[in-house]
Design a binder for this molecule. Sequence first.
Ligand SMILES: O=C(O)CCC(=O)C(=O)O
Ligand SMILES: [Fe+2]
Length: 322
Amino acid sequence: MSLHALLPGIPIIESPLFESIVAEGAIPPELIPVARALHTSGFAVIDFPDPEIDARIARITADLGPRYAIDLTDPGAIKARGDNRLQDAWQYNRDVAAIAANPQIRAMLSLLWGRRAFPFQTLNFPVGTQQTPHSDAVHFSSLPERFMCGVWVAFEDIGPEAGPLVYYPGSHRWPCLTNMLIGKDGELASEMSAQTPFEQVWQAMVAAQGVPPETFLARKGQALIWTANLLHGGSRQIDPRLTRWSQVTHYYFEDCIYYTPAFSHEPIGQLALRTITDIADGSPVANRYLGRDLAQPEDDRRPGWFERVFGKPSQRARTPKA
Ligand SMILES: O=C(O)CCC(=O)C(=O)O
Ligand SMILES: [Fe+2]
């Protein structure tokens, strides 16, 4: 029996058994450097394995460019303003879908995590996001945790002035933050992003651990794989006229429960479950626990769930005073 089968609820690249699993030959030799980088640092840089990548990039930027609310044709125009992202362009752009469903990437991730990987969301950015550092695990997580990753592909050479991707090596080993861990028992203010309540905790952890950020000064066609809990974001865009074309594909792994921790309370079974589609074939992917499908629940990301579960403040059971 392979050692991973002893502890299948932890991805191979995150497992405390990692070195023994490598030693028993479960990872093909050519993948071991990528596996070690993911295990140790929480990210790995690769050349995107697609001989047609340049042609795909040219077609994607031509098709998506006019859909953004900024002028991408004038080199002198200010481009870094507003939130410029197209989510799930795979639904109408075949090259976006082909990058997401790249067979080598899916096979590689499946071997490294120890469950079958599938793409479930794409984001296409024409400029830097300048997004506050975060772990994707508050937005999209799984039970068991850490069966998620991002593959970020550079659609052009990206210099330090274009707001490159930034990340904190080794931060993937820190706890996956949840509402239980940060002691947050209410709903989000409607103007807040799901990650806002967690941001000061991440900043405090970065300061306490003294981890310096690194940026990804990518060459066109390079990709960075991040593990579920690696802190990453978009660095400040020094030159607002520059583009920073990229595609992120988010992957999940089979036989998990898929949910949004920012809107959940795991210990009391309050899970904001996600409805997931495998981009590779457009099929729905059931939430599964130990090999069995869960009935599809109602979407508890709707506003008001906290009161539906706990009642109005006046009805909530009071903790007896000791
Ligand atoms: O491209 C970036 O700046 C970050 C994108 C990101 O955080 C994500 O897609 O999860
Ligand atoms: Fe992210």
